[in-house]
Ligand binder design. Structure first.
Ligand SMILES: *Cc1c(COP(=O)(O)O)cnc(C)c1O
Length: 225
């Protein structure tokens, strides 16, 4: 498990890179939220991050989110971001634990989330298959208008933005056109939040308008197998 000093150094490095990317894009630093992706790392790692002052953490798996949410309930101000694909039967865990859900792509899941949600509306982003990858999650851009309208009609969800999870690449520039396409779709549909960019390409994503970047490996190291 990563130690406190190393984690603090990683947060400082990523923060400096975010600040620099915002400066290049002439954007205020406050327009970008760093979501620290803690999936498959033990809850103690999240607690360390919280003690260092970080508040936004991302999890992929609904049961793991449920367990970490329960185990870290005393960490006040901690916001959970559910970022992985979700089945209707697991929607209740996300509805209870998450502040933001980044990977909405099915109306039945949206309905289940709205039904199960108590308290403030769950902020949702629709995941778009920007790179048109056959194997990938996310909806086709052409299917967006109908899903946007249907989700906006649900009472306990607040549709705030769009998410892209384009191909992993060694080259940070490789996904710039996909990030740009997502930003354009966001403007078209009046959705201000853009969740895009991971360890390999979050600076390019910020240059193209990301408001949420999802960084795991660069903060916490490689995930345990
Ligand atoms: C795991 C994951 C991340 C973090 O990826 P890193 O390369 O470790 O930064 C971001 N987004 C999603 C959807 C993920 O599943």
């Amino acid at each position: 498990m990563i130690d406190r000093a190393t984690l603090a150094a990683h947060f400082a490095t990523i923060e400096a890179r975010i600040v620099a990317a915002c400066a290049r894009a002439q954007r205020p630093r406050a327009s970008v939220t760093l979501v620290a992706v803690s999936k498959l790392h033990p809850p103690e790692v999240v607690r360390l991050g919280w003690e260092l002052g970080h508040r936004d953490f991302g999890e992929n798996y609904a049961q793991e989110l449920r367990d970490k949410h329960a185990g870290l309930a005393d960490c006040s101000g901690l916001r959970w971001h559910a970022i992985g694909p979700l089945q209707p039967k697991n929607a209740k865990y996300v509805a209870r634990a998450a502040t933001v859900f980044h990977a909405l792509e099915r109306l039945d899941v949206a309905q289940e989330l709205s039904k199960r949600r108590e308290g403030p509306p769950l902020q949702c982003l629709l995941e778009v298959n920007v790179a048109a990858e056959a194997s990938k999650a996310g909806i086709e851009p052409g299917a967006l208008p109908d899903l946007v309208a249907a989700v906006r009609a649900l009472p306990n969800l607040e549709l705030v933005g769009l998410t892209a999870m384009p191909p992993l690449s060694e080259d940070p520039e490789a996904n710039r056109l996909h990030f740009r396409a997502l930003a354009q779709l966001g403007r078209t549909h009046g959705l201000a939040q853009l969740s895009m960019g991971t360890t390999g390409d979050f600076e390019v994503a910020i240059e193209e308008g990301a408001t949420l970047v999802r960084v795991g490996t660069a903060l916490f190291g490689h995930r345990p197998a």
